[in-house]
Design a protein around this ligand. Structure first.
Ligand code: GDP
Length: 196
C-alpha cells in the first residue's frame, strides 16, 4: 500500500496544507516515542521515510507523502513531549484539532500507541477530536514484541473494549516494527479508506 511512498511537502501552519482537489489521505498520529515513525517506515518498507530517532518533540511539522496519484500518507507531529514550550504546545493543539476535525480529504486516522502504555490522556484527546467526524480510526499497538503473547492479547482486548465504549467504531491491532508484524493486517484496514 505504501511501497511507493515519497516525500511531498511539509506544513507548519494550516494555510500551508496541500490543496485538497480530489485527494484522499490517511493520517498517522501518536505520542512522541510511541513508535510512529518506525511504524510508517515498516508499512512503507522503507528505512528512513519518516525520520526515526529525531529528537523527541522536534519534528514539529505535518509531513505529506504521496503514496499514489491523489493519495497521501500524512505524518502528524508527535505529541506529549514534556519539554515543548507552552506556546508551541498551544499552536499544535490548534493545528491538530482543526486538521483532524475539518479536513474533508482526510479519510481515516491511524493512532499509534506504545502497547505498554496505551490510551494516554493525549491519545484520548486525539480520539475526542477525531471521533465526532464519524470517520474510521485504527489503533496500532506497537512495540508488541516487548510484551509476552498473553500480555499482548490482554492489552488488545482491553483497548478494543475501551475504544468501542467511548469512541464508536474503532479498530485496533498489535504491531511490531522490530519483528515486522502486523503489516498485512494494517493494510487490509487502511487500503479501503483510500479506495472509497
Ligand atoms: P516516534 O517518536 O513515535 O516516531 O517513535 P520512533 O519510531 O522514533 O520510535 C521510538 C523508539 O522506539 C525508537 O528507539 C525505536 O527503535 C523504538 N521502537 C519503535 N518501534 C518499535 C518496535 O516495534 N519494537 C521495539 N522493540 N522498539 C521499537
Amino acid at each position: 500500500l505504501f511501497q511507493n511512498a515519497a516525500y511531498f511537502a511539509s506544513a507548519h501552519h494550516l494555510h500551508e496544507l496541500p490543496k485538497e482537489d480530489g485527494c484522499a489521505e490517511v493520517a498517522f498520529a501518536g505520542r512522541s516515542n510511541a513508535g510512529k515513525s518506525s511504524a510508517i517506515n515498516t508499512l512503507a518498507n522503507h528505512n528512513r521515510l519518516a525520520f526515526v530517532s529525531k529528537q523527541p518533540g522536534r519534528t514539529q511539522l505535518i509531513n505529506f507523502f504521496t503514496i499514489s496519484e491523489n493519495a497521501y500518507l500524512v505524518d502528524l507531529p508527535g505529541y506529549g513531549y514534556a519539554k515543548v514550550p507552552e506556546a508551541m504546545r498551544k499552536h499544535w493543539q490548534h493545528v491538530l484539532a482543526t486538521y483532524l476535525s475539518t479536513r474533508p480529504s482526510l479519510r481515516g486516522l491511524v493512532l499509534v500507541m506504545d502497547s505498554r502504555h496505551p490510551l494516554t490522556s493525549l491519545d484520548r484527546q486525539m480520539l475526542d477530536w477525531f471521533g465526532p467526524t464519524g470517520k474510521p480510526i485504527h489503533v496500532l499497538l506497537t512495540k508488541s514484541d516487548k510484551l509476552s503473547r498473553s500480555e499482548a492479547m490482554k492489552t488488545l482486548a482491553a483497548v478494543r473494549k475501551e475504544l468501542n465504549e467511548n469512541w464508536g467504531s474503532c479498530t485496533a491491532q498489535l504491531f511490531s516494527s522490530l519483528k515486522k508484524q502486523g503489516v498485512d493486517e494494517a493494510e487490509k484496514i487502511i487500503a479501503p479508506w483510500l479506495a472509497a
